[in-house]
Write a protein of this length. Structure first.
Length: 326
C-alpha cells in the first residue's frame, strides 16, 4: 500500500541503521544536548562578536485581563546597518544575500536532522533565541512540511520554549530562507511565561480545537500533547496534522507537502501544550511591525513615542489590523 506523502512525510532512522548515507528525516541531534550547546555557543559568539544582542527595556500594557509585554528597543543601529549592508550586497551582486546559506559558523549550534540545523539568532532580543534553518534553500513562503515538523519536535523536546514561524513578509519574516524559531520560556523575567497563555489555556480547557473569545483577530488554536512520552514519530504527526487542521480552519487550507506554496501569509505559534495559527494581511500597523511573538502578547516598539501610540491605539487593535477581524 502506498502512503500519501503528507500522511507520512518523513522517515526517522538512527545513523547506525543507514551507515554512510543520510536519509531524509534522519535525526542527528544527540538527545539532551541542545540547551547546553546553545548556552556554550552564545557565550563564545558574544566574545567573538558574532552575536550582537539588541538590548531592550520592557513595560506591560494590561488589556482583556492580559499583561501584554512591550519591549522598547535601545540599540537597533547594528541590525539596521547589517540590513543596509545585505541590501547593498544584493544590489552589487544582482541577487539576494542569504545569511543562512552560507551561515556564520560562529553562530552554529547543532545539526538537528539531515534537513535542518540550528543557529543562534544574530540580533537576539532574548537570550538563546534559536533559528531552525533548512540546510538547502527553501522559501519562507512554502508551507511547512513533515521535515520541518520533525526538526521542530526534536528541538521542542529539548527546550521548553515558544516556537514560531513568520510565514512570509506580511507575517513579519525578514529573511526569505525557511527558518522556524524557538525562544526559551519565560519570555520576560516577570509575568506569565507567555502573556496570552492564560487565555489560551482557559479556551482549551473547554474544547481542544477552538478560538480564544477575548482575542479579536481571526485565529484558531489546538491542544497539543508534546510533553507526553510518545514516540517521536507520533509527536511529529501530531504537529503536522494540527497544522493542516488549523490552516484549514483559518481559511488557508494546505497539505503541508514538500515544495507546496503557502496559500497566504500567517503566523504559527507552538508550545508543548498548544498550537495557534493567525492569518495575516499586513506586516505593520502604522509604525508598529508585528511578527508571531506579537500574537503571543510580546510586542516590540522602536522607541517611547511608538510605545505611546501602541497604548493609545490598543495592542489588540494593532493585532487585529495586521491580521483580520474575527
Ligand atoms: P525573521 O525576521 O522572523 O525572518 O527572522 C530572521 C532572524 O534572522 C532575524 O530575527 C534576524 O535577527 C536574524 N538574522 C539576521 N542575520 C543573521 C545572521 N547572519 N545569522 C543569524 N541570524 C541572523
Amino acid at each position: 500500500m502506498s502512503i500519501p506523502e503528507f500522511d507520512l512525510p518523513f522517515m526517522i532512522q538512527s545513523p547506525e541503521n543507514s551507515p554512510g548515507t543520510i536519509a531524509p528525516g534522519l535525526v542527528l541531534l544527540e538527545p539532551g544536548s541542545l540547551a547546553l550547546a546553545a548556552e556554550r555557543q552564545s557565550a563564545y559568539a558574544l566574545t567573538c562578536g558574532a552575536l550582537q544582542p539588541i538590548s531592550t527595556e520592557y513595560e506591560f500594557i494590561e488589556i482583556a485581563g492580559v499583561q501584554i509585554l512591550v519591549r522598547i528597543l535601545a540599540n537597533l543601529a547594528l541590525k539596521e546597518a547589517a540590513n543596509r549592508q545585505q541590501s547593498k550586497m544584493a544590489q552589487t551582486e544582482g541577487k539576494p544575500q542569504n545569511p543562512f546559506l552560507p551561515y556564520d559558523p560562529d553562530l552554529f549550534v547543532a545539526d538537528i536532522t539531515s534537513t535542518h540545523l540550528c543557529l543562534l539568532n544574530k540580533f537576539n532580543v532574548v537570550d538563546h533565541h534559536l533559528l531552525i534553518v533548512t540546510r538547502d534553500f527553501e522559501a519562507q513562503t512554502q508551507a511547512l512540511n513533515g521535515y520541518d515538523f520533525l526538526a521542530l519536535a526534536v528541538c521542542l523536546a529539548e527546550v521548553e520554549g515558544l516556537a514560531f514561524y513568520n510565514g512570509g513578509q506580511a507575517a513579519g519574516a525578514s529573511q526569505p530562507h525557511k527558518h522556524l524559531q524557538l525562544v526559551p520560556l519565560p519570555l520576560a523575567p516577570v509575568g506569565e511565561p507567555i502573556p496570552i497563555a492564560p487565555l489560551v489555556d482557559a479556551a482549551l480547557a473547554k474544547a481542544e480545537f477552538t478560538q480564544v473569545p477575548e482575542l479579536p483577530f481571526r485565529h484558531q488554536v489546538a491542544r497539543l500533547d508534546q510533553s507526553a512520552p510518545l514516540p517521536l514519530v507520533d509527536r511529529v504527526l501530531e504537529l503536522h496534522d494540527r497544522y493542516r487542521q488549523l490552516m484549514a480552519a483559518v481559511g488557508l487550507p494546505c497539505q503541508g507537502a514538500v515544495g507546496e506554496a503557502q496559500p497566504g501569509a500567517y503566523n504559527l505559534l507552538v508550545t508543548r501544550q498548544w498550537m495557534m495559527v493567525v492569518p495575516r494581511r499586513q506586516e505593520r500597523a502604522g509604525p508598529i511591525a508585528v511578527n508571531s511573538l506579537g500574537f503571543a502578547g510580546a510586542m516590540l516598539v522602536r522607541d517611547r513615542a511608538h510605545l505611546q501610540q501602541l497604548r493609545d491605539y490598543g495592542p489588540l487593535m494593532v493585532l487585529q489590523q495586521v491580521g483580520y477581524p474575527k
